[in-house]
Design a protein around this ligand. Structure first.
Ligand code: SF4
Length: 742
């Protein structure tokens, strides 16, 4: 069969004289063009018969009502020009492909996704036709593609083949350009991939996405976590009380006393409370009018202004609309605390069940186990995986937190679960689901008449979390760039969008980041939560048994490794320790090379450099371990591990003094808090002993050595040594004063 004969297409009930090339079909005649065995050009769905036994019937269906990311469908009138060329391209591929083979039936789904990604992007940027895809426009699309791919799937990385799907339609537009141009679809001006192949672009995109989802910048994460934790205390209790507006407890009383004024005199009358909207609204107004918000410890005023009759005039919002905002704030704060301190995905969060266990009185699904050392209670929650991946269990445990055995405090995430159960209590009887998170379509205020509630969708919760930023986390004072930027002006988008560029994947990354190293700027409750989670990882191995969390940890470990090397190259953050010095030497040449590069390109080159070197990294609060020199890993020397088995640190034997002399040890600014504390403790102890004249025997030598070692490392990573010395002097002075009093 010649190409020419394949190009001739058949009409329904064709006769030989009706055969004609595709491009001779006018737009008016398209309804007659049969594109597959079962479908004609204008059909809503094009259907092909599966060619392999056992394939689903649906595998060959292409439904053109593809939903674009702006919420429109490809079949909507505003997308008619895009739909027309998309159908023509597909018809050419099916009827007259340039490679003579055409796409396999099983690849129909991949075309659907390819069209969805490219056409969504074109729609967002106002492009309608392939000829508008100039090299600049294509390179803009390629730049956005990693974000598009990551935003629309649950996993946190993109494979080369997934990235190739995003390029598929561009490739086809170029290979089929001859027939398309004849058919009235002008081609792209040049090959969209230039001198490189689509495959190498796909590979590059896949590499790029490995570092794409960054943890929230500290400048954003810290105020967000602090505010979310703040809501979980007194404000949440106040908001739960405020929900009497919905509960309307008076409605169930037999009768109520009301004051009526008759002939200038007040009389008390008893009457039924009334369940109709008007009396309910009167009661709600009266209740809100008199509601008193609490004053938080250390404050002189209540944390929220009264919701009385002046509220609307001064704030432009009715008191009931404000109650809904406060309800949403507590709900979202709970969700952020649970997701942000467990690392679970939004779909797992939405899968948590409502209620308390009648036996343990813990939120449903939560259990307490004793840690391996017996020192801690470990709170775990079991959730069902929304999406199972090959080899993973259907249910998985998430660590909600730890507490020392003798403590009565519950981890933040457990508190959040209890609060959510109480928060939803007025609506629970009307819920048609056993899920904890439920929703209605109540608009701005609560419906006073309780209506059916269904399970909340991940999308609704994500929207709620974005609103939490907008309403409660003030990002207006953010500088243009974060302290650890890997892109120019990385905070501008946060400031300008008021945090609405947030995605829930970021919470997972931030979780891993803070488990590696708790940031002291976090509020004490959050610090403690992450500190305990860090223990869960290192001392109990609980986190290590959840494969999803390990993926996040590994990705963040890789990002942190890249960041450490990047900041060293850029001269932003010195590193100390033997491995630190080795990295400095190895990257010295790059510092010069990167001088004039844009930040994002320098970052990309650093990622490539670290990958080439095959650097793996392990964290602890006091150091970064890069076990390149396996024969000199001191923690394994202690345990006499054969060199061939030294794949990671020996957690049982490693400790700060041992690591500090190891060839694989490096520290940077992240480890300053640990070494500062060590310096102060040892130096003060030594100085006190010196004052007492007890150092000559040598028994305090170890304190001196430790202080000197810590001081040397701190100096190298740029710690404020003068401030530390002041602290030492002050402590010694206070000791002296105390001694005189006694
Ligand atoms: S002793 Fe410390 S730095 Fe050295 S290999 Fe072990 S954990 Fe890493």
């Amino acid at each position: 069969m010649t190409i020419e004969s394949r190009i001739l297409t058949d009409l329904p009930n064709r006769a030989d004289d009706q055969l004609k090339p595709l491009w001779e079909y006018s737009d008016e005649e398209l309804h007659m063009l049969r594109v597959t065995e079962f479908s004609t050009f204008l059909d809503h769905t094009w259907e092909r018969k599966p060619t392999t036994a056992g394939q689903r019937e649906s595998i060959g269906r292409l439904n053109w009502g593809i939903e674009l990311f702006d919420g429109t469908r490809l079949t909507d009138p505003q997308n008619s020009r895009r739909l027309l060329w998309a159908r023509k391209l597909m018809a050419v591929l099916l009827k007259a492909p340039s490679d003579c083979f055409g796409p396999a039936v099983a690849s129909t789904g991949s075309f659907r996704r390819g069209f969805q990604w490219l056409l969504s992007w074109m729609s967002n940027h106002g492009y309608h036709h392939p000829h508008e895809l100039t090299p600049d426009v294509v390179s803009h699309y390629l730049e956005d593609l990693p974000r598009i791919l990551l935003d629309h799937q649950e996993s946190e990385g993109i494979s080369g083949s997934q990235a190739a799907l995003g390029l598929k339609i561009l490739t086809c537009l170029w290979t089929e350009r001859r027939v398309l141009t004849l058919w009235g679809v002008p081609s792209m001006p040049v090959n969209p991939f230039g001198t490189k192949s689509a495959g190498s672009h796909a590979k590059q995109i896949a590499t790029k996405t490995r570092g794409w989802i960054q943890p929230l910048p500290d400048e954003v994460a810290i105020p967000m976590f602090n505010k979310a934790a703040w809501f979980l205390n007194t404000p949440a209790e106040d908001v739960i009380q405020l929900l009497d507006v919905v509960r309307d407890p008076i409605a169930d009383s037999d009768c109520i006393e009301v004051v009526v004024v008759m002939k200038g005199k007040e009389h008390i009358r008893r009457r039924k409370p009334g369940k109709r909207p008007a009396p309910r609204q009167r009661r709600a107004k009266k209740f809100l009018d008199s509601f008193q918000f609490s004053t938080l410890p250390g404050d002189t005023h209540p944390w929220h202004p009264p919701l009385n009759e002046n509220y609307e005039a001064s704030r432009g919002m009715t008191p009931t609309a404000r109650v809904r905002q406060l309800f949403e704030a507590v709900r979202e704060a709970c969700a952020i605390n649970i997701q942000g301190t467990t690392g679970m995905r939004i779909s797992e969060l939405m899968g948590i069940k409502a209620g308390l266990d009648p036996v343990t009185d813990l939120p449903l699904g939560v259990r307490i186990e004793s840690s391996a050392t017996g020192l801690y209670d470990v709170y775990l929650i079991r959730t069902e995986l929304a999406k199972t991946e090959k080899g993973l269990p259907r249910e998985v445990d998430w660590v909600l937190g730890l507490r020392p055995k003798d403590s009565t405090e519950e981890p933040l995430a457990v508190r959040a679960l209890r609060l959510l159960n109480r928060l939803y209590e007025p609506w629970r009887p009307w819920a048609n689901t056993s899920r904890l998170f439920i929703m209605d379509t109540g608009g701005e205020t609560f419906r006073l008449k309780t209506t059916s509630q269904s399970a909340m969708t991940s999308q609704t919760m994500t929207g709620g979390m974005k609103r939490f930023f907008e309403r409660w986390v003030d990002l207006s004072g953010l500088p243009d760039e974060s302290k650890h930027k890997i892109r120019d002006n990385d905070l501008v988008a946060w400031r300008e969008s008021k945090g609405t560029i947030f995605t829930t994947h970021m919470l997972r990354k931030s979780w891993a980041q803070y488990v590696f190293a708790v940031d002291p700027a976090l509020a004490p409750a959050i610090q403690l939560q992450f500190h305990h989670l860090s223990l869960a990882m290192t001392d109990t191995g609980y986190i290590g048994s959840n494969p999803l969390l390990m993926t996040s940890m590994n990705q963040v470990a890789e990002q942190q490794r890249n960041l450490m090397v990047f900041e060293t190259i850029m001269g932003r953050s010195p590193i100390a320790g033997k491995m630190g010095e080795q990295i400095e030497r190895a990257t010295r040449g790059l510092t010069e090379d990167f001088k004039n590069l844009p930040i994002s390109e320098a970052w990309q080159r650093t990622v490539e450099f670290c990958d080439e070197q095959g650097l793996t990294i392990f964290f602890s609060p006091y150091a970064t371990c890069l076990p390149i020199h396996t024969s000199t890993m001191r923690c394994h020397d202690e345990a006499h591990t054969p060199v061939g088995l030294r794949l990671k640190p020996n957690y049982a034997t490693r400790e700060s003094s041992l690591c500090a002399g190891c060839d694989n040890f490096a520290i940077d600014y992240r480890h300053i808090p640990f070494w500062q504390e060590r310096y102060l403790q040892n130096w003060i102890t030594y100085k006190q002993a010196e004052k007492r004249g007890e150092t000559s025997g040598g028994q305090f030598r170890v304190f001196l050595d430790r202080a000197q070692q810590a001081g040397k490392l701190l100096k190298k990573v740029g710690a404020d040594m003068k401030a530390l010395e002041r602290q030492v002097k002050m402590t010694l002075k206070e000791d002296h004063a105390l001694a005189r009093v006694h």
